[in-house]
Design a protein around this ligand. Structure first.
Ligand SMILES: Nc1ncnc2c1ncn2[C@@H]1O[C@H](COP(=O)(O)OP(=O)(O)O)[C@@H](O)[C@H]1O
Ligand SMILES: [Mg+2]
Length: 245
């Protein structure tokens, strides 16, 4: 086991210890789960903690929620994104293909006015954002909306691979969020990245139980357990993580 590679701390308490210390630098990992399972929270906590605790700037690409809403929701965990944005430690990029509704129309170059976003265009937008703040971390929330736009699976797989390759060449460590539940077809992004983390919520008696599982993490010794996950006022954390050497 190669334990000499550089590790990127996720900032999610308990998670790094079950993946031998952190994510592999320069790789892309998919975090999948159904709505409400914590994907956006995972992505934001990864960026917030990277910027705040590890001096690693990060780019957040939103393809679904608008930026104001994300900032607002982050406050419930005590995360002040505006402060880090003003220091160029976090950059939020709105790349929603359907953001035709608000007053931004006509003022924003990155606006697609309902057109499809070609992968190359999105890749360029992400790379220029990375350069602008010298980002080390990237979150894409979520890739599923792109998958829905491209019925041609060959094109989609090529596009995803090109995007991930470009990010890896830049040396950034990426979290690709993806919508998935057990009834879905396996999403193509699972093949393109170097890891898969699955978030779940299931009913347990009269409450909901949240879990996290490392389904794949290339080149990393990782836990094979399904770990309970808890949300509190500081974000998410793993309960009873078992240390992996
Ligand atoms: N401050 C908070 N404290 C505890 N749980 C929270 C808090 N804010 C949000 N949540 C939980 O997180 C869930 C949203 O998770 P989110 O990351 O948006 O999921 P996804 O992106 O997978 O849809 C909410 O449904 C709620 O249960
Ligand atoms: Mg979300």
């Amino acid at each position: 086991m190669d334990s000499t590679y550089s590790k990127v701390k996720t900032g999610i308490p308990g998670l790094d210890s079950v993946i031998s210390g952190g994510l592999k630098v320069g790789r892309a990992v998919t975090v999948s789960g159904p709505p409400g399972s914590g994907k956006t929270t995972f992505g934001l906590q990864y960026l917030y903690s990277g910027a705040k605790d590890f001096d690693e700037p990060g780019v957040y690409i939103t393809l679904s929620q608008n930026i104001e809403e994300i900032k607002q929701d982050s406050k419930s965990f005590g995360w002040d994104l505006d402060d880090l944005i003003s220091q160029d430690k976090i950059m939020m990029v709105d790349a929603r293909p359907f953001k035709i509704q608000d007053e931004l129309i006509g003022k924003d170059d990155s606006l697609y006015r309902g057109e499809q976003i070609p992968f190359q265009h999105l890749t360029k937008l992400i790379l220029s954002s990375i350069k602008r703040i010298e980002a080390k971390r990237v979150v894409i929330d979520s890739i599923t909306i792109l998958s829905m736009q491209y019925p041609d699976e060959f094109y989609l797989r090529q596009g995803l691979q090109g995007l991930i390759q470009a990010l890896e060449n830049f040396g950034v460590t990426t979290i690709v969020l993806s919508e998935f539940d057990e009834t879905s077809k396996i999403p193509l992004e699972w093949f393109a990245g170097s890891g898969i983390i699955q978030l779940r919520h299931t009913r347990k008696e009269d409450t909901m139980e949240r879990t996290i599982q490392i389904a794949k993490m290339r080149g990393v010794k990782h836990s094979e357990q399904i770990h309970p996950l808890e949300f509190d006022s500081n974000g998410m954390k793993l309960l009873h993580p078992k240390l992996m050497p």
